[in-house]
Design a protein around this ligand. Structure first.
Ligand code: FAD
Length: 480
C-alpha cells in the first residue's frame, strides 16, 4: 500500500554497504568515488557515503569515471546519451565542491595507478557479469580500503532475497516487507574540503597517473571527443532523448503530473504518446535514482492505487530482474532458461515454422508481418518502444528462426544493440521472459509449446494498432 509522504535521511543504510577491504580511510590524501552504475550527483548513496566519510576524516572527495571504449553491444547511441549525462553531471559535482575526472581506460588500470592517492575507494554496486568483473579486477589492482555501496535499487538485493526467485509473486512479499524502511529520500551533505580548482584542497588525479595509456576525456568538448572514440557508430544517437539528470527529473515531474493519476488504466496504451514514464534509459544509466522516483510518485498526490501500480513495475518487476541477473549464471545463454521451458521448446523443435528469416532480414524489419516490421523500425529509429510492443516483438521471433537457441541469441542481440535501455538487468530478464522465465506453462501450441502466446489480437485489444503502425510507416509500409 502506498503512503502519502516519506521522510528524509542523510545516513546511508548499513545494509547498502559492503566493505570489500578495510573498514575506513587509511593513508592517502583523498577519498575517491569511482562512479559507474549511479551516474548522478543527487540521491546517490555511494556519493553521500564518500562525502560523510571524507568529512569525518578531514579529507576531500574526488569522483572518477572510467570511460571504457570496448563495451560489448554498446554503440554511439548509448555513448552519446551517457556522455551527455556526464557533461551535465560535471557541473553538478563541481557546484558541490568535488573534482570530477573522466579518464579513458579500463577501471583496474586507472584505479590501480591511483592507488597511492586513495585513503578510501568507494564503488557503487553493479549487477551484470561485466560490472561485477570490473569491480573484482579493481579490488585486485588496489590495496587501499574499498567499500561498495548499493545505489540503484530500493530494497538492497541481498536483503530482499538470497536466492533466485521464481516469479514476481515470490519476490513481491519480500520486497514489501522492507519497502517502507528503504523508501526514504536521501539528503545531500555539504562537502567540508572542496577538491575543485580554487577550493581549499584541490585535487587533480589525472596529474598523478603514471600509465601513459590512460588519457583524460574533456567534457567541455564532449561532442568532438565522442567523434574520436573507437566505438561502433551504428546505431547512432536518437532524436527526442536528452541524456542526464536534469532531463530525467523533468520527465519524472511531467509523468507525476500528467500520467501517474491514471497510470493503472493507461499503462498498456502503446498507441498514445504518454502512457508510462519513459524513464527506463535514465534508470539504466543511473541518471536518476529508483528511490527518488518512487518517493516522487508517492508524494505526487496521485491516487494510491495508481501509485501502487507504478511501484509494482519500478520496484517489484525491476528488482526481480536484478535478482535474476545476480543469482542466475549465464544470463546471455539459452541454457539459463528454466528446464520446463527448454524441454517444451525441444519437444517442438521439429515443428514447421511459417517462414524462417535470417538475422539480417529480422534486423531490417523485412518479414511478412507489417506490425512486427513497424516495431522493428521504431526500435531502430527511436531506440525505445512501449512494453506491449516489446512483448509482441520478442514473442514472434521463435516462429521465424530454425532453433529456439538461435531465436534467443537473435532477440538478445537486437535488444541490447538497439534499445537505449538495453544491456540492462531488465534486458536479460525480459528476453528470458519471452522464453518462459518468471512465467508458467500454458496450453500447448505448435512451435512455442507451453510458452505464453502473445498475438497481435492482444495488441488490438489494448490500443489502435493500425493507427500506431501508420504513425511509424506513414501508411506506406510493405511486408516482406
Ligand atoms: C522483450 C522485452 C524486452 C525488454 N527489454 C528491456 C530493456 O532492454 N531494458 C529495460 O529497461 N526494460 C526492458 N523491457 C521491460 C519494459 O518494456 C521497459 O522497462 C519499459 O517499457 C520501460 O518503459 P517505462 O520506463 O515507461 O516504464 P514504466 O511503465 O513507466 O515503469 C517504470 C519502470 O519500471 C520498470 N519496468 C517496467 N516494466 C518492467 C518490466 N516488464 N520488467 C522489469 N522492469 C520493468 C522499468 O525500470 C521502468 O522504467 C523489456 C520488455 C520486453 C517484453
Amino acid at each position: 500500500m502506498s503512503e502519502g509522504s516519506s521522510s528524509t535521511t542523510s545516513v546511508v543504510e548499513e545494509e547498502r554497504l559492503n566493505w570489500r577491504r578495510g573498514s575506513g580511510p587509511e593513508s592517502g590524501d583523498v577519498v575517491v568515488y569511482w562512479m559507474q552504475q549511479a551516474q548522478r550527483a543527487e540521491h546517490n548513496p555511494a556519493l553521500e557515503f564518500a562525502i560523510t566519510t571524507a568529512n569525518d576524516h578531514d579529507l576531500p572527495v574526488a569522483v572518477v569515471f572510467c570511460l571504457v571504449d570496448d563495451v560489448p553491444e554498446a554503440s554511439l547511441r548509448h555513448y552519446h546519451f551517457m556522455v551527455e549525462g556526464l557533461h551535465r553531471l560535471d557541473g553538478a559535482l563541481r557546484r558541490r565542491g568535488m573534482a570530477f575526472e573522466v579518464l579513458r581506460g579500463q577501471p583496474d588500470r586507472i584505479l590501480g595507478d591511483l592507488n597511492h592517492r586513495m585513503a578510501l575507494l568507494v564503488l557503487d554496486r553493479g549487477y551484470l557479469p561485466m560490472q561485477r568483473r570490473w569491480r573484482d579486477d579493481v579490488e585486485e589492482a588496489t590495496d587501499c580500503p574499498v567499500v561498495e555501496v548499493e545505489t540503484d535499487v530500493v530494497v538492497p538485493v541481498d536483503v530482499a532475497s538470497d536466492k533466485l526467485e521464481t516469479a514476481a509473486r515470490t519476490l513481491r512479499p519480500r520486497i514489501h516487507d522492507h519497502l517502507e524502511r528503504f523508501l526514504v529520500d536521501l539528503a545531500t551533505t555539504p562537502v567540508s574540503r572542496s577538491s575543485v580548482p580554487g577550493g581549499d584542497r584541490p585535487v587533480s588525479l589525472a596529474r598523478s597517473l603514471s600509465d601513459s595509456s590512460i588519457s583524460s576525456f574533456p567534457l567541455d568538448r564532449w561532442r568532438t571527443e565522442l567523434d574520436e572514440l573507437p566505438i561502433s557508430r551504428e546505431p547512432g544517437p536518437v532524436a527526442g532523448w536528452t541524456g542526464g539528470t536534469p532531463a530525467a527529473r523533468a520527465r519524472l515531474r511531467a509523468f507525476c503530473r500528467d500520467v501517474l493519476p491514471d497510470y493503472a488504466t493507461r499503462r498498456n496504451r502503446y498507441d498514445v504518446a504518454d502512457s508510462c514514464s519513459r524513464l527506463s534509459p535514465y534508470l539504466h544509466f543511473g541518471q536518476i535514482s529508483p528511490v527518488a522516483v518512487a518517493v516522487a510518485a508517492r508524494s505526487s498526490g496521485a491516487p494510491a492505487d495508481e501509485v501502487d501500480a507504478f511501484v509494482e513495475e519500478l520496484v517489484v518487476r525491476r528488482e526481480l530482474a536484478i535478482n535474476y541477473v545476480v543469482h542466475q549464471p549465464d544470463v546471455d545463454s539459452f541454457t539459463s532458461l528454466p528446464r520446463w521451458a527448454r524441454r517444451t521448446l525441444d519437444d517442438h523443435r521439429a515443428d514447421e515454422r511459417p517462414t524462417v528469416y535470417t538475422a539480417a532480414e529480422l534486423e531490417a524489419g523485412k518479414t511478412d508481418d507489417r506490425v512486427w516490421n513497424a516495431i522493428m523500425t521504431a526500435i531502430r529509429t527511436d531506440g525505445w518502444v512501449h512494453n506491449q510492443l516489446r512483448m509482441y516483438w520478442g514473442k514472434q521471433i521463435l516462429y521465424w528462426t530454425n532453433t529456439p537457441g538461435h531465436a534467443f541469441r537473435t532477440l538478445l542481440d537486437l535488444n541490447n544493440r538497439y534499445f537505449l535501455d538495453g544491456r540492462d538487468a531488465n534486458s536479460y530478464a525480459n528476453v528470458a521472459w519471452c522464453f518462459g522465465r518468471h512465467d508458467q506453462g500454458f496450453q500447448e501450441r505448435e512451435v512455442i509449446g507451453k510458452l505464453r502466446p502473445f498475438t497481435d489480437a492482444a495488441l488490438r485489444r489494448k490500443g489502435d494498432l493500425d493507427a500506431w503502425v501508420d504513425s511509424v510507416t506513414g501508411g506506406d509500409d510493405q511486408a516482406g
